[in-house]
Design a protein. Structure first.
Ligand code: SF4
Ligand code: SF4
Ligand code: SF4
Ligand code: SF4
Ligand code: FES
Lengths: 199, 769
């Protein structure tokens, strides 16, 4: 059985804790005008990256599609035309689609990708009114041509990129704070639609 | 095992399990009996051992070194270990060597997911290379020919492809060029690799070095939904797998266990002619003629119009004024329904003979493919099967090259078989080659009935002498044997198709329904007269995939389904009843011919058999036939061709005679409407012997016109080819080409040269800068 003095002390400590938080900085922020920094390993919306020379990293190998436990990815390979090379080597993704409603953001596609093409960025804001608009295809997943990173593998098709180490660290190759929707292209499209232009 | 004497068997122990196999069996085959996996690359049961890759190493007790299982025959008391530390070390060393310069670019490799090198790398590879220097860099995506691409970096030089081209097809165009690290698969001549069987090398290649252009990067093995079905492109009936992905047919593959029919191979027609079903020109709604135009109508209206047309014709002139032509696209079930419905309506004018082929059932001496392979003498009469039944021809090549058979032809066509062929010119020659022969296989093209009848009586004579004869009919229509067996022939007093055309000409035929046939392009009466007759029919219905020459004359066009889009059975030329399975969803708006017929029967309130009954009749074993080749029951007044006269080889002074042959890539239907195969379609060509070309003063590449001796028919703009093996005074042309339809010409017809343009007077195809 606790003594009376002990009970008062416990009350005091409880109220002191409460009082202490009343004077601390609040963790809630005025979203969307203020945004928080996510944990570095946060898994959000996908992005398809490019090499520094603008070529697509994705080679349409379908390894992400088979790795995906939610069956959210569809890839159909195609052959690079000699005068219109989309990726180093012979093969590129003729069609690349992710159904973000099926995606469970596990990041296994990122693990499977042999060229570090697909990454999950910290972007998470993809609310929309139609289910169909959650199927992201290359036009919304690919970063703009000038946002590529890393040297492409030597032009000998099938060469292995030399930069696998540091590129993996980078979560996105475009400014994450740009726009509120999805990827760079998606944001641009939406802003244009609203009569706004970026920058 | 205990007593001596053949057949001898040998007992040995593999992985601790005692097995007994025939003497001479290779260890790799013996190991298959005990459910253990010996990895192989270069060994293939149909190509035999080569001992090139060394991955099949096994340990055999009392032998100091590891041995290759694929080239070591079993011996009494042998004790074999297919696994274990020593074996695995050996295989790891071999793998390291094979991967020395291998790019391991599996993510962009079409073989990825079904690659032996990948699988055995997982099992025996060591994960990292010890090679300090860069791997050798070799050409990728080398164009080997119209169908195949070679990735030289991936080749492990197992030589399966070159051995296939040597041992199986006998064409011997693929070789390993250069040696060591620089070796590359190429044709010896440097020409593109062209073969009717080229696709098989992509399946044989254990790695992703040889890939099909049509399948490049289209899919991954795990994406494909596989259906086993029967190829419906010709009458051989090869079993094949159809791999479908997202509603498109990605590829077709052979069925390696199909020894009885295809022997595990496919021809390129069956393998690559898969693009037509999705062609934009496909008809996908019933079309009704209104004056000079077609209007799209619904199926209900189409069936109503069809029934009304038939009722009008029946009412006005009775069942004699109605005819039906059912082509090779029909499955057995559809034929049963069609025949039953026509019987119900009293229609007797039924036929399947839309082209030159007059007969499909070889009759009382019908043989199996195995018997063909075992024959000592193979006699091909008329058009040889190399272009009408390609995989059958592969079996002939096997009989000749591996089993010592002799191959002779009769009828003035080049055999095109790449094995030693003796062309015979007279009936006496045939009797001569027969002396001392016990097993003969006779392959006839079913075109010239009079020749067939003489052949039949000769065969009866041989049989009476105690020769064992098997007969085969390798015609041009695919399910012709099914059509004939299930009653798609003129019924009591009915007209054959030629008679129907005659009746149409005289205004006595008031309605004709054609299913999947194109007589305007193929019937020997010639395109103009057939079209003329068809245009006089007041109500012509054509069920087709595309707007063919025949469909363009129809009043009602019904959009049909392809052999990939419906299920049923067919009968191949050897008489096997084979299942066809639906491999892919049909385009909306189309109907299988069987479904159209059921709807028509309902509209006409006619009684047709139910599904069980249809299935039972469609799959019933063929009754034993009693007739022979060229039976009178099949004669129907088409002038017999003169191929036999040509074989006798006496051209009238300065005369030139025509030989009309087939080509597997010629035709006006599935081939013509398949853009992916454009490169494989033959040009309209006139092939001459060097002597004849010199006599006529024409040269390779010239364009010439051929006129029939009456001058009524002509073939225009044929490209001159010169073939050293061609007979003299004969000009060979290809049948069934929409650009130059040769169907009005018969073998042996005299022809005269029309206008010609020398090659150097033509527009240049290429000008060097
Ligand atoms: S994103 Fe990566 S894993 Fe997916 S298809 Fe492209 S290259 Fe392959
Ligand atoms: S051949 Fe096999 S091991 Fe080589 S790249 Fe292709 S899939 Fe990979
Ligand atoms: S191309 Fe393929 S089949 Fe031919 S030798 Fe090379 S690995 Fe063997
Ligand atoms: S031989 Fe005939 S059945 Fe066999 S694959 Fe070729 S076309 Fe098809
Ligand atoms: S499989 Fe035995 S050496 Fe190649």
């Amino acid at each position: 059985m606790q003594s009376f003095g002990g009970a008062v002390m416990a009350l005091y400590r409880g109220f002191a804790t409460t009082l202490q938080f009343a004077f601390q900085k609040k963790p809630t922020v005025q979203y969307p005008s203020v945004r928080k920094q996510h944990a570095p390993r946060f898994h959000g919306l996908h992005e398809l990256r490019r090499y520094a020379d603008g070529k697509e990293r994705c080679i349409g190998c379908e390894l992400c599609a088979i790795a995906c436990p939610a069956n959210a990815i569809t890839v159909i390979g195609a052959e690079n035309a000699p005068d219109d090379r989309r990726s180093p080597g012979e093969r590129f993704a003729g069609r690349y689609e992710i159904d973000e409603l099926r995606c469970i953001f596990c990041g296994l596609c990122e693990e499977a990708c042999p060229t570090d093409a697909i990454v999950l960025t910290p972007r998470f804001e993809m609310a929309d009114y139609r289910r169909g608009s959650f199927i992201y295809s290359k036009d919304r997943l690919l970063v703009p041509p000038d946002a590529g990173v890393g040297a492409p593998p030597d032009e000998r098709p099938g060469g292995i990129p030399a930069d696998l180490g540091w590129v993996t660290e980078q979560k996105s190759t475009v400014d994450i704070a740009r726009g509120y929707d999805a990827t760079y292209n998606g944001a641009k499209l939406k802003d244009e639609h609203k009569g706004l232009t970026l920058q | 095992m205990t007593e001596a004497g053949p057949p001898q068997s040998v007992s040995l122990t593999i992985d601790g399990t005692p097995v007994t196999v025939p003497a001479g069996t290779l260890v790799v085959e013996a190991a298959k009996t005990v459910d253990t996996d010996v990895p192989v690359y270069c060994y293939h049961p149909k190509l035999g051992p080569a001992g090139l890759c060394r991955i099949c190493l096994v340990e055999i007790e009392r032998l100091p070194k590891l041995q290759i299982a694929c080239n070591t025959p079993v011996a009494e008391g042998m004790v074999v270990h297919t696994h274990g530390q020593k074996v695995e070390d050996g295989r790891r060393a071999v793998m390291e060597f094979l991967l020395l310069n291998h790019p391991l670019d599996c993510p962009i490799c079409d073989k990825g997911g079904e690659c032996d090198l990948q699988d055995f790398s997982m099992a025996y590879g060591q994960g990292a290379s010890r090679l300090a220097d860069a791997k050798a860099s070799k050409p990728k995506a080398l164009d080997l020919g119209p169908t195949i691409v070679l990735d030289d970096e991936r080749c492990i030089v197992c030589q399966r492809c070159t051995r296939f081209d040597d041992i199986i097809t006998r064409e011997r165009s693929l070789v390993v060029k250069d040696r060591g690290q620089r070796d590359v698969i190429a044709t010896a001549s440097g020409e593109p690799y062209r073969s009717n069987f080229s696709g098989n090398v992509t399946e044989l290649c254990p790695v992703g070095a040889l890939t099909s252009k049509t399948y490049r990067f289209k899919s991954r093995p795990w994406d494909n939904h596989r259906t086993a079905t029967t190829c419906t492109q010709c009458s051989v009936g090869c079993q094949l797998f159809v791999d479908e992905r997202y509603g498109t047919i990605a590829r077709t593959m052979s069925v390696p266990s199909d020894d009885a029919i295809s022997d595990g191979w496919l021809c390129d027609r069956g393998r690559y002619n898969i693009g037509f079903y999705a062609d934009a020109r496909r008809i996908t709604a019933p079309l009704l003629r209104r004056g000079e135009q077609y209007v799209q109508i619904g199926w209900d209206d189409a069936v109503e119009a069809w029934a009304a047309g038939l009722r009008d014709a029946l009412g006005a002139a009775g069942p004699q004024a109605v005819g039906v032509l059912g082509g090779g696209r029909l499955l057995n079930e559809e034929i049963v329904l069609l025949v039953a419905l026509m019987q119900e309506l009293g229609v007797t004018n039924l036929d399947w003979r839309a082209g030159r082929q007059r007969q499909a059932t070889p009759g009382r001496y019908a043989g199996t493919y195995a018997e063909l392979e075992a024959a000592q003498l193979i006699l091909a009469v008329g058009r040889p099967p190399s272009q009408t039944a390609p995989v059958l021809d592969l079996r002939i090549r096997k009989a000749v090259s591996q089993r010592g058979a002799r191959y002779v032809t009769y009828g003035g066509h080049a055999a095109g078989s790449f094995v030693g062929v003796t062309p015979l010119r007279s009936a006496d020659d045939v009797e001569n080659v027969l002396s001392g022969v016990e097993r003969v296989a006779v392959v006839w093209d079913g075109i010239d009935l009079e020749l067939g009848a003489r052949l039949a009586s000769a065969i009866d004579g041989w049989v009476a002498r105690g020769v064992s004869v098997t007969t085969y009919l390798s015609g041009e229509a695919n399910n012709a044997r099914g059509a004939e067996a299930l009653g798609m022939v003129p019924r009591s007093g009915g007209l054959p198709f030629t008679g129907m055309l005659d009746a149409a000409q005289n205004g006595r035929l008031r309605s004709l329904s054609i299913f999947g046939a194109n007589p305007v392009l193929h019937h020997p009466l010639g395109g103009a007269s057939v079209a003329n007759a068809l245009e006089r029919i007041p109500f012509l219905v054509v069920s087709e995939l595309f707007l063919t020459e025949t469909a363009q004359r129809a009043h009602l066009i019904l959009p049909a389904r392809t052999g990939f889009e419906k299920a049923g059975h067919v009968i191949n030329l050897a008489g096997d009843v084979l299942p066809v399975h639906q491999a892919h969803a049909a385009p909306p708006g189309t109907l299988a011919d069987g479904d159209m017929l059921v709807a028509l029967a309902a509209e006409l309130a006619a009684e047709v058999p139910g599904p069980e009954d249809v299935l039972a009749r469609a799959t019933a074993a063929l009754p034993a036939a009693t007739h022979g080749f060229g039976d009178a029951a099949y004669s129907e007044g088409v002038t017999a061709s003169k191929s036999d006269g040509m074989a006798a080889g006496k051209p009238g002074g300065g005369g030139l005679r025509i030989a009309v042959g087939s080509d597997i890539f010629a035709g006006g239907g599935t081939i013509w409407f398949d853009e992916t195969l454009a490169e494989l379609r033959p040009d309209p060509a006139a092939t001459l012997s060097p002597a004849t070309a010199a006599r006529l003063d024409v040269h390779i590449g010239d364009r010439l016109d051929l006129l029939s001796s009456s001058g009524d028919d002509s073939l225009q703009g044929l490209v001159v080819r010169i073939d050293a093996g061609a007979p003299d005074d004969v000009v060979a042309v290809i049948d069934g080409l929409p650009e130059a339809p040769a169907n009005s010409f018969a073998d042996g017809d005299n022809v005269v040269l029309g206008a010609r343009r020398a090659a150097d007077a033509l527009e240049p195809a290429l000008v060097l800068p």
